[in-house]
Design a protein around this ligand. Structure first.
Ligand SMILES: [Zn+2]
Ligand SMILES: [Zn+2]
Length: 537
């Protein structure tokens, strides 16, 4: 895998240019140019160095692009054209042709051009790639689109309120080539951007001019995933206690350190060269076709009762953000231009778009909120079940309790009682009933004690106090026996009690004065009911 090492910090171009201008003329491997005669077009060292570095990165560019990139405040590209002509005189740059819009395309020329650019950029010659010789002959349309993408990143949007750009040309590399395992297939991003200063260690950029079938564009993301899966030996001393076979790390973590987001390094898809509707469809189509590469895996936790809610794990996913070159140029990368695959088709700024959707953390937050809400609702419901007596709020709605009579069903209802208050209430009522019965019994006993006694046993007509047969109310006026004697009579089948009939003498005495015998009336009645001839005795 050949990847260009991270480029040097933005070079102080004037210094670079000065060192590139030795006193003596041409030394092997070095390029000399001198003011005046050496550079008849009057370009400055600084600008020539900037042009070399820009061409070193972009490979092919127009004067207009170089002007916007290097001297954005300049009224025209005259100075750039002067620098290009001076560099061409020294055979460091050359032009092969024109763009469709008839702008001359410029590129580095030969080994000398590559070396000069490598020197200015402060990178090894071996990392310089090609001169893109001949690219201009066909109009270099793809290179121009890549350049406009890079320019939009660096310069920011052209719209009046658009956010500014990020970084410089030295944060970019083109012609980077990654070899996939097996060595036969390669991944070639159109551009590689490194912006660790804003938390983007690396962003692979694919510029799509709508010339390729969406299936082929989508296949690139699968290839990126394959590329990002590759692990290499990790020599981190902190892991020296682990088994050698376990000591591996994804190569890109080493090549582009500082990666903090879930998943693999992100890839930006910039589409262009079609109408807005076609470009929108294209982004959607690629989204659908490449879902396997960017989608991650969906997880749910059944025990959470989250109603189907879940989260995505991105361990093996390539975050993809997409935009059109037109949107990007207008609003810049920090403007709301990026659609993050996997999110609603809302446009986000770069850093927002790089945040993964449906993460576990977001799910956890939603789940916490759900649980809190459920708990609050539960609490509200439980409050309605607060015990009317003691105010106790149940933790759970109780439907069953094990009472003294074994298993019982007990449902707490609004305005009702808790189980223990319910039990107490039952007890209280029971005691009340008992006390009432006792009072009634005592009143009956007292009343019965004043009545004539039992004919048979001469005890209280109410029966023996405290016995189970004792009358619980006042005895009727016709009652002759206490309940015990009555019961005995029944048991012994003695037949009805028949009082002794009044004697002749008693009858005579009754004519004179009312007899004192409390049973007199009953004896008279019995005498009539049971005439003497029927009497057993
Ligand atoms: Zn209670
Ligand atoms: Zn009796």
């Amino acid at each position: 895998m050949s990847t260009r090492q991270s480029l040097a910090q933005p070079a102080d171009h004037d210094d670079q240019a000065d060192t590139a201008e030795p006193a003596k003329p041409s030394r092997p491997g070095r390029t000399a140019y001198r003011r005046g005669a050496a550079n008849p077009n009057g370009s400055t060292n600084a600008l020539r160095a900037d042009v070399l570095s820009a061409l070193g990165v972009l490979k092919v560019a127009t004067a207009d692009q170089l002007q916007r990139l290097l001297r954005p405040g300049a009224a025209s590209n005259t100075a750039i054209r002067q620098a290009l002509r001076d560099l061409a005189l020294h055979s460091l740059v050359a032009s092969d042709g024109n763009t469709k819009a008839r702008h001359k395309t410029w590129r580095l020329e030969g080994t000398a051009g590559l070396e000069a650019a490598a020197h200015v950029l402060g990178v090894p010659r071996s990392d310089m790639g090609s001169t893109a010789r001949g690219a201009g002959r066909s109009g270099a349309q793809h290179a121009m689109a890549v350049n406009e993408t890079v320019l939009a990143f660096i310069l920011g949007g052209t719209a009046p309120d658009a956010p500014g750009g990020v970084g410089t040309i030295t944060d970019w590399s083109t012609e980077v080539e990654f070899v996939l395992p097996g060595g036969r297939r390669k991944v070639r991003p159109d551009a590689v951007w490194q912006a660790p200063e804003i938390g983007v260690p690396v962003l692979m950029v694919e510029v799509d001019r709508s010339t390729m079938a969406p299936e082929r564009v989508a296949a690139k993301f699968a290839a990126y995933r394959e590329l990002f899966r590759v692990k290499v030996r990790d020599n981190d001393p902190a892991r020296s206690d682990e088994a050698a076979a376990d000591r591996t790390v994804h190569w890109w973590r080493r090549a582009y350190p500082g990666h903090t987001r879930p998943g693999y390094p992100p890839v930006a898809l910039v589409v262009t060269d079609a109408g807005p509707v076609a470009l929108a469809n294209r982004q959607q189509k690629v989204r659908d076709l490449a879902r396997d590469a960017w989608g991650g895996s969906w997880w749910t936790m059944r025990s959470d009762n989250a109603g189907g809610d879940g989260w995505r794990e991105y361990d093996d996913a390539v975050p993809v953000i997409a935009t059109t070159l037109e949107l990007l140029a207008e609003h810049g990368p920090m403007g709301p231009v990026w659609w993050r695959y996997g999110r609603d088709e809302v446009r986000y700024s770069l850093l927002e778009a790089l945040e993964s959707p449906d993460t576990r953390a977001a799910y956890d937050e939603r789940q916490k909120a759900r649980e809190k809400k459920a708990e609050e609702e539960h609490q509200e419901l439980m409050k309605t079940l607060a015990c009317a007596d003691c105010g106790n709020v149940p933790y759970w709605e109780s439907t069953q309790e094990y009472g003294p009579k074994g298993r019982q069903t007990w449902t707490r209802r609004p305005g009702g009682l808790c189980w223990s208050c319910h039990e107490k209430e039952q007890q209280r009522r029971e005691q009340e009933r008992e006390a009432q019965a006792q009072a009634q019994l005592e009143a009956a006993r007292e009343a019965n004690a004043k009545l004539r006694p039992c004919w048979t046993c001469r005890g209280s007509i109410g029966g023996k106090a405290g016995s189970s047969l004792e009358l619980k109310e006042k005895a009727g006026p016709d009652r002759l026996e206490c309940p015990h004697c009555e019961s005995d009579r029944e048991d012994q089948e003695l037949g009805p009690l028949v009082l002794p009939a009044p004697t002749r003498r008693e009858l005579l005495a009754a004519r004179v004065s009312a007899p004192a015998d409390p049973w007199w009336k009953d004896r008279v009645r019995h005498a009539e009911l049971y005439p003497v001839k029927n009497r057993a005795a």
